[in-house]
Unconditional design. Structure first.
Length: 406
């Protein structure tokens, strides 16, 4: 820990009896002294307890304020040097305070920044705190920025301090219109915005770790295009539940889909549920208790009868509460179910989550605050994106209003 102590050199007192005030700076096994440029008589120094007591003379108040500023400047310069090297040289600190040295920010490239962040994020994934799929996105973001630098500038890397707004917005344009992934040219706006936010997040992590001074992606202000969430009406949900399906593969897919419709869990969360997530409260009601893999936020949901029926159907047949299936296969098979049931919507596993938010909960009078908690959202604004206000809710509210006017 850095220590700064002030003392006076009485042997250097001038003709007016004023002794210079010296700062002794200590760190680990090092110590140096510096002149503060201020002086005081030995009597006043002792009387005021080295200017630590109550000061009444205006001149002494000014000296004390000057010493406080001097110490703050020492500590600020020390912290700047410590970012570069934790074993700070006090000689270098002294020269820096005197203006003889210019501190240069530690050089770190954008690829190093992303790698450091991803290594930290992998620890969270290994600990079960975050999803493997999220880590894959972060790694993909690293690959994309490397491809961009090669194409745009003919380089493999760049120092973070050299990234300017032109670099950031050229990167955005490349991702939107030129990037090539599995033969597909360009990335949609929302995915591009999320990639740019990943770079910003990685830089923020390095700022917190003291290895980067400022975020070069702070200039980016891209916005997500908010679309109405696709969900099933009660009639469509019932048609899937009641449809006679004889194909065992599609039967299983329907059960997994309906389970998510009645619990609101996203694919990765639904797939990870086991009997360890089941909990019975004091009223003998069953709950599913878990944290969302995407955000590590609690997402506890009371177990509704249709979901419990599906759990019992597959009990002890696999490790999880429901059968395991990949998201890609699930979505492909759901298209078949949509055709069989005559549903003219792009049916995906995530539609089940949206259906829970709208038809199953809000449509039956569940308050949005409670829905937000069940879905594991950090704020209600997120829930409003998923939970579209249904016409039936408006109708019920208008009935009440009409009753008041009648």
């Amino acid at each position: 820990m850095l220590k700064v102590i002030f003392y006076i050199k009485t042997e250097k007192a001038n003709a007016h009896g004023l002794s210079p005030i010296i700062a002794k700076i200590s760190f680990k096994q090092q110590s140096i002294t510096m002149s503060t440029g201020k002086s005081i008589s030995k009597e006043r120094w002792q009387f005021t307890n080295k200017l630590r007591g109550v000061l009444k003379l205006e001149k002494e108040k000014v000296i004390k304020q000057s010493l406080d500023i001097f110490q703050m400047n020492i500590e600020k310069k020390f912290n700047e040097l410590a970012k570069i090297d934790s074993d700070v040289s006090l000689s270098l600190l002294k020269n820096e305070v005197k203006g003889k040295v210019i501190i240069k920010s530690k050089s770190i490239s954008i690829v190093e920044i992303i790698q450091k962040h991803n290594a930290y994020f992998k620890k969270k994934v290994d600990a079960g705190e975050r999803a493997e799929a999220s880590l894959q996105k972060y790694e993909r973001a690293k690959d994309l920025i490397v491809l961009f630098m090669k194409k745009q500038y003919g380089i493999n890397n760049i120092d973070a301090t050299e990234i300017n707004s032109a670099f950031v917005y050229n990167l955005e344009a490349y991702l939107k219109y030129e990037s090539n992934y599995k033969g597909k040219i360009g990335i949609k706006n929302n995915s591009v915005v999320k990639y740019l936010r990943i770079y910003k997040t990685a830089c923020n992590y390095c700022i917190k770790m003291g290895i980067l001074d400022k975020n070069p992606f702070i200039v980016y202000d891209g916005k997500l295009n908010i679309k109405d969430a696709v969900f099933l009406t009660q009639q469509e949900l019932s048609s899937i539940e009641n449809k006679a399906i004889f194909n065992e593969r599609l039967k299983k897919v329907r059960d997994i889909f309906l389970f998510s419709c009645y619990t609101g869990y996203a694919p990765v969360d639904a797939s990870n549920l086991t009997k360890e997530n089941l909990f019975e409260d004091t009223n003998n009601d069953l709950w599913i208790l878990t944290n969302r893999a995407k955000t590590a936020i609690k997402a506890n949901v009371p177990l509704l009868p249709p979901a419990l029926k599906i759990i019992n159907k597959y009990k002890d047949l696999q490790d999880g509460l429901i059968p395991s299936i990949s998201n890609q296969k699930m979505n492909a098979y759901l298209k078949e179910i949509a055709d069989i049931c005559g549903i003219n919507k792009n049916l995906t596993w995530y539609v089940a989550r949206h259906t829970f938010a709208t038809t199953v909960t809000l449509g039956n009078g569940v308050r949005i605050e409670n829905l937000s908690a069940m879905m594991g959202h950090t704020n209600i604004r997120q829930t409003q994106h998923y939970a579209k206000v249904l016409d039936v809710n408006v109708k019920e509210d208008m009935k009440k209003l009409k009753a008041r006017f009648s």
